[in-house]
Design a protein around this ligand. Structure first.
Ligand code: BJW
Length: 245
């Protein structure tokens, strides 16, 4: 059996669109989480300092939605995890999503650059732990004991995204970059396609709509992720099998 894909290095970036067909809302656009609010009123450290109840309520609603029994990985999450298991080259799945649907599908080489909704962090001492519980302003930190400083372990505007050194290194040597279900409006993730282009990688966008970043990609697939991702990944495997076989 020839070794498929042995010479390839693939980085996949996912955004809220990959989880939309699992029943989780995206941020922007009609019916998005931010349809009637300003992002800076909910997703900044300043908003949490000024209106912690409002910010915590926003994340409580989203945590409960994520934990609802109807929410499960869709065919795109599942195809990515299956591809990673078979792939013999370098693979990194970078997600901007704070949900755990990639993990539930079985993805392993996964980095949550904007943190995780099912983790809680103390804004006072930095202690972080896994939790599915609602966060209240009356809660105290299990490490430092401070009351009212627990927050979701997510990355807000003005904060540094996670794993940037590792992501930059892998992007800087990839030969295929695929962005799935992201509007390309939030940096630094929105700049990944340009890094990939600079190193000569093939760049592909999978999205139901044209985005502000579409012109930066060599190829665009306009189709829902649950349909496009399994087909696209299967084609890559066939191409690589032909090349390497
Ligand atoms: C489907 C689909 C289906 C739907 N199938 N597709 C450079 C220039 C300008 C500004 C900046 C800059 N650098 C930094 C900034 C500031 C800022 C920023 O980017 N601002 C912009 C708004 C202009 N960035 C930051 O502050 C970041 N920090 C930072 O940069 O630190 C300094 C630094 C410097 C240098 C290097 C490294 C660091 C932090 C950003 C944190 C973002 N946090 C959030 C909230 C996380 C917590 C939470 O979940 O509440 O992350 S904001 C929100 O947007 C969330 C998302 O991860 C992120 C991206 O959204 P995403 O995933 O693209 O969702 P949508 O809704 O926008 O799009 C969904 C897409 O899916 C659409 O296109 C649909 O069409 C599509 N779709 N159904 C396929 N079925």
């Amino acid at each position: 059996m020839p070794n498929p894909c042995r010479s390839s290095r693939i980085v996949v970036l996912t955004g809220a669109g990959v989880s939309a067909e699992s029943g989780l809302a995206t941020f922007r656009g009609a019916s998005g989480l931010w349809e009637n609010v300003r992002p800076k009123d909910l997703a900044t450290p300043e908003a949490f300092a000024k209106r912690p109840l409002k910010v915590l309520a926003f994340y409580t609603a989203r945590r409960r939605a994520l934990l609802a029994s109807a929410v499960a990985p869709n065919a795109a999450h599942i195809a990515l995890a299956a591809f990673e298991r078979r792939f013999r080259g370098e693979f990194l799945l970078v997600t901007q999503n704070v949900d755990d649907l990639h993990e539930r599908a079985g993805s392993q080489k996964l980095r949550h650059m904007h943190g995780e909704l099912l983790r809680t962090r103390c804004a006072n001492c930095g202690h972080e732990f896994a939790s599915t519980a609602d966060i209240s302003t009356a809660d105290s930190c299990p490490a430092c004991g401070r009351v009212g400083r627990l927050r979701p372990a997510v990355v807000w505007f003005g904060e540094m995204p996670l794993f940037m050194d590792e992501i930059s290194a892998v992007l800087g040597r990839c030969d295929l970059f695929i962005a799935i279900g992201t509007s390309g409006q939030v940096y630094p993730a929105a700049g990944f396609v340009e890094i990939a282009r600079r190193v000569g990688a093939r760049t592909v966008e999978i999205n139901i709509e044209k985005t502000t970043a579409s012109s930066l990609f060599q190829e665009s697939v306009r189709s829902p992720a649950s349909n496009a991702v399994p087909i696209f990944l299967e084609r890559i495997e066939c191409d690589l099998l032909r090349l390497n076989g």
